[in-house]
Design a protein around this ligand. Structure first.
Ligand code: FPP
Length: 258
């Protein structure tokens, strides 16, 4: 069960097991630019390496039986970056699919996205749409890519739609509750994240899944995303496994949520 021999008690606790694996892990993949700068490379080389690293992390997530892996690839705020960098990042999904789709299909991965998809360039939409179609029957790990995603934007869209539905009598205001609101978000078909990881030493959410992470655990590392390898990922899993989640109650019991 992924346990290594000859470790003392303290070290043993740091080995991830396949019990109590977070069902949904959301990752803020940060530090591509600094990874490149440290090596005297252009920022874009960091994004390329970051893209290739997704393969490793998907394989590790699959190995542990994670159900959903949400990756923050491009935020609604990332449009503020130089056009050349935006253009490059938005070409990466197509490249990723071109290189890795056969392997993802073989590994039974299902590709989904969250975010303002219609506002992405046509070439990004087309490539991702095709990958979604070709993996829609897979029932293994969901690789959920946050593309042009912003939590506040998502909430504004939800509030607009809720208002319209109330005005047209499709929704009764008295019936509005947390579950109904969740059903208006991009993540409506997904469980809320159990664990949020951010790489590169930054410790903020940057408009990522603000509603959905209400009871998530957070894990931060100084490691830059392109260097976030299987070992570091396993450390995050093992730390999660040693936490006590109480959901506002007194024990690890979601029904006691407050
Ligand atoms: C943040 O690092 C990273 C991004 C804004 C882009 C992340 C994109 C990828 C890893 C590739 C996406 C590809 C697919 C297939 C989804 P940063 O540039 O802010 O790093 P810095 O803080 O060191 O400058």
């Amino acid at each position: 069960m992924f346990r290594l021999p000859f470790l003392n008690k303290k070290q043993k606790q740091k080995i991830a097991t396949i019990d109590n694996v977070p069902e949904h892990i959301a990752i803020i993949m940060d530090g591509n630019g600094r990874w490149a700068k440290k090596r005297g490379l252009p920022r874009l080389a960091g994004h390329k390496q970051g893209m290739d690293n997704i393969r490793t992390i998907v394989r590790t997530a699959n190995k542990y039986g994670v159900k959903i892996l949400t990756l923050y690839a491009f935020s609604t705020e990332n449009w503020k970056r130089p056009k050349s960098e935006v253009d490059y990042i938005l070409k990466l999904p197509k490249e990723f699919i071109h290189i890795y789709l056969p392997e993802l299909i073989e590994e039974n991965v299902q590709i989904k996205t969250i975010g303002a998809f219609d506002l992405l360039p046509a070439h990004t939409q087309e490539a991702v749409e095709e990958a979604k179609k070709r993996t829609e029957k897979n029932d293994g790990l969901i690789l959920n890519i946050a593309l042009n995603y912003g939590s506040r934007y998502e909430m504004v869209q939800a509030i607009k739609q809720i208002t319209k539905d109330v005005q047209s009598d499709q929704l009764n205001l008295e019936e509005l509750n947390e579950q109904v609101i969740s059903n208006y978000l991009y993540t409506k078909d997904l469980l809320d994240p159990d664990l949020v990881i951010r790489t590169s030493g930054e410790q903020r959410l940057s408009n990522f899944l603000l509603w959905q992470v209400a009871y998530a655990e957070f894990w931060f590392t100084d490691v830059y995303w392109p260097d976030f390898n299987e070992n570091v990922f396993e450390k995050a899993l093992s730390d999660y496994q040693n936490r006590k989640r109480r959901f506002g109650g007194l024990s690890n019991n979601k029904s006691k949520q407050e």
